[in-house]
Design a protein around this ligand. Structure first.
Ligand code: UP5
Ligand code: MG
Length: 190
């Protein structure tokens, strides 16, 4: 599988910033495959795999799961279909994640999206979601925000310095936000 043919977008932003919601719209309009790292990890917990308990304990605390686990799941998902255009949602969360992906998958992203949203808005959205996620409670969302600032913002800065970052104001209606996202992909000839 020639890695030169891959076209990768990383979708980053704090908890509840709207990554998953906007990925759905990008998929509908531009034919990407959506891979949510968090969703893959939650599926591992549900399937009672060997790593499930460790993953659950990390997620409950808002902590980052070790790269080897997450990258393996992402790679397996990428290889399961024939699409070469991927939106990777909620990953990489730290520098170790980023390096592991580059090393194992052998490519860098073409595009990095950053959904920029105020803390109060993110907390409100997460607490209103009501889909039974073990990490959607006040104490855990505060931890997720701290981890995001300490570990994920440096990755976002790394891509800003590489000229790959597209920072999007994530406040407004879902459709309004997609109007900010659309031109980024519309101008790509892939
Ligand atoms: N909503 C969406 N857009 C809105 C808008 N414009 N206005 C008002 N409401 C809006 O949206 C969140 C909620 O807000 C929804 O109810 C939505 O309807 C509404 P969503 O699109 O789900 O936001 P998203 O950014 O995807 O929020 P999510 O909670 O999924 O983000 P996290 O980054 O916290 O969660 P993720 O699933 O990526 O990770 C969970 C945990 O897994 C991490 O904390 C970590 O412990 C672990 N993890 C790793 O260890 N490694 C990884 O690589 C990935 C995850
Ligand atoms: Mg999500």
């Amino acid at each position: 599988q020639p890695s030169e043919n891959l076209f990768i977008t990383f979708v980053l932003g704090g908890p509840g910033s709207g990554k998953g919601t906007q990925c759905g719209k990008i998929v509908e309009t531009f034919g990407y495959s959506h891979i949510s790292a968090g969703e893959l990890l939650r599926r591992e917990i549900a399937s009672k795999s060997a790593d499930g308990t460790m993953i659950l304990n990390r997620i409950k605390e808002g902590k980052i799961v070790p790269s080897e686990v997450t990258v393996k799941l992402i790679l397996r998902e990428m290889e399961s279909g024939s699409n070469s255009k991927f939106l990777i949602d909620g990953f990489p969360r730290n520098d170790e994640n980023r390096r592991a992906f580059e090393e194992i998958v052998g490519v860098e992203p073409e595009i990095v999206l950053f959904f920029d949203c105020p803390d109060e808005e993110m907390v409100k959205r997460v607490l209103n979601r009501n889909q039974g996620r073990v990490d959607d409670n006040y104490d855990t969302v505060v931890k997720r925000l701290k981890v995001f600032k300490k570990h994920n913002l440096p990755v976002i800065n790394y891509y800003a310095n590489k000229g790959k970052l597209h920072k999007i104001d994530a406040v407004g209606t879902e459709d309004k936000i997609f109007e900010r996202v659309r031109p980024i992909f519309a101008s790509m000839r892939r």
